[in-house]
Structures are given as C-alpha cells and as structure tokens.
Design a protein around this ligand. Structure first.
Ligand SMILES: N[C@@H](CCC(=O)N[C@@H](CS)C(=O)NCC(=O)O)C(=O)O
Length: 266
C-alpha cells in the first residue's frame, strides 16, 4: 500500500491524478497545511521541506524498507518507473517528458503560485508584483500553447504522460488566476480533453471537501510567516497530534537514514 500525504491543491492533485491513472491502491493521509500539519515531526521525516505532497511506498521492491518520496516531480517519476506507465523508456521520449515536467516544476508552478499569492492572498495589492507575475504566467501559457499547437495532442508528443498530469493540475486554477484562456486555444483544447479522463476527474476530486476558500489569520501566519528560525523553533507546529498522519507509523526508513518513524503521542 502507498500512503499519500496530501492536501487538495495543484501540487497534491498531480499525485492523486497519477495514482488514479495507475490504479495503484493508496491510503489518503490529509496534511492540513492551514493548521501547520506539514511541520509535524513524523511528516518532516518523509518530507523535510515541510511541503506536501509526499508518499511512502510500503510495497517497494527494496528489501525490508518502505520508500519515502517528497517533491511532486520526483513522486511522479517514481510512480511512473514503478508501474512502467506514462514515461517512455527510450531516451528521446523520456527526455521530452522530463523537460516538460521540469518546466512545470521549475517554472509554471512557482510562477502561478506567486501570481496567486499577490493577486488573491497578499493583504496589500502591489501593482508591480501583480503585473510581474501575471505577465510571466501569460508568457508561460503562451509557451505551452505553442507546444500543444506543435504536437496537436499532448504536451510531450502523441502520448499522455506525467508531464500532462503535472501541468493540468496547475491549469485547473486558471479562472481564479485570471488567465485569459481565449488567448490560448490549444491549451483550452488540451485541457477540455484531459478533463474527460475519468482518472483526472477522480484525482481532482480527492479530498475536495477539505478545501477552504478563505484563510484565517492563524493560517496566513502558518503559510506565509515561515523563516528558517520559525521553522527550526517549531513555531508553526500543530498544538495537538495529527491523527491522519499517525497511520504512517509503520514506516521503516531506509537504513541509510538515522532514526525511525516516531509517531506523536498525546
Ligand atoms: N516543490 C514542491 C512544492 C510543494 C508545495 O509548495 N506544496 C504546498 C501546497 S501546493 C505546501 O505544502 N504548502 C505548505 C506550506 O507552505 O507550508 C513540490 O512540487 O512538491
């Protein structure tokens, strides 16, 4: 069984879509990032960057150990290699997928994230920041549109891949991000087509009811007030143990990692 550490956001959806596409059984372990559950010590053992998504594969082939993976791009590659699906094995095909996956992880995701921050969450509306990120997001959508015009099918060519899954999760929020989709007809065509896939629908619906539309002051401080000091001092940790995370207590970390999986006790 695979444990999926998850909250319903674009980075989380990438992995719920992939798990649904592969038909791999998994246990959902919600990480409420508005409550600071990403700082729970047991979660940090899996994801030292205090970000979800993360997985722990208890069915890994590696003898006697479960495999923890953090970073959505690494998780997608891990699952693709585990199942032999959605990532070609020939060098040219694999490289094509990898470069668009990296484009999403290093470009589209962070830029759309900053766009959303200054557009929707920042307490003061800073015109320079809003313009900077909305222009960059517009440019990136243009790059995607041109690529989809070239392939006439999926992001990395004729076959659906983990690059499509990574990108569609972020395109999903285009309305809230005020992206003018009329400027990007090829993205629109591809997006409509992907939404017809039952596994994409299921993946996007995982944990839907957990999603909150507004952030309390406490949640804002947890999400936007992090520094190395505050993280080191445990300032954002949830006050109480997190039941959803405790189920992962049987994690046996690879031998190279010190310590073990210490479940929180009340
Ligand atoms: N590079 C990471 C980014 C993950 C990420 O930013 N996750 C956000 C939610 S979309 C999160 O966990 N935020 C918690 C926080 O900001 O403390 C990945 O691709 O997995």
């Amino acid at each position: 069984m695979i444990d999926l550490y998850y909250w319903p956001t674009p980075n989380g959806w990438k992995i719920s879509i992939m798990l649904e596409e592969c038909g791999l059984p998994y246990t959902l372990r919600p990480v409420d990032i508005t409550r600071g559950e990403q700082f729970a010590p047991e979660f940090l053992l899996v994801s030292p960057n205090n970000r979800m998504p993360a997985i722990v594969d208890h069915t890994a082939a590696t003898e006697g150990s479960s495999v923890p993976v953090f970073e959505s791009g690494a998780i997608l590659v891990y699952l693709a290699e585990k199942t032999g699906q959605f990532l070609p094995t020939d060098v040219a095909g694999r490289t094509e997928v990898m470069q668009w996956l990296m484009w999403q992880v290093g470009g589209l995701g962070p830029m759309v994230g900053q766009n959303g921050h200054f557009l929707l969450y920042a307490p003061e509306k800073i015109p320079y920041a809003i313009e900077r990120y909305s222009k960059e997001v517009h440019r990136l959508y243009g790059v995607l549109d041109a690529q989809l015009a070239r392939t006439g099918a999926y992001v990395a060519g004729d076959s659906y891949s983990i690059a499509d899954m990574a990108i569609v999760a972020w395109v999903r929020i285009h309305k809230a991000q005020q992206v003018p989709m009329a400027d990007f007809p090829h993205v629109q065509r591809w997006y409509d087509h992907l939404l017809l896939r039952p596994a994409v629908q299921r993946g996007l619906n995982v944990g839907k009811t957990l999603r909150v539309n507004s952030l309390s002051d406490e949640a804002r401080q947890t999400l936007f007030g992090q520094t190395a000091h505050s993280v080191r001092n445990g300032e954002h940790r949830p006050a109480a143990a997190t039941p959803s995370l405790l189920g992962g207590a049987d994690l046996a970390l690879p031998r190279s990692q010190p310590g073990g999986f210490a479940p929180l006790r009340d």
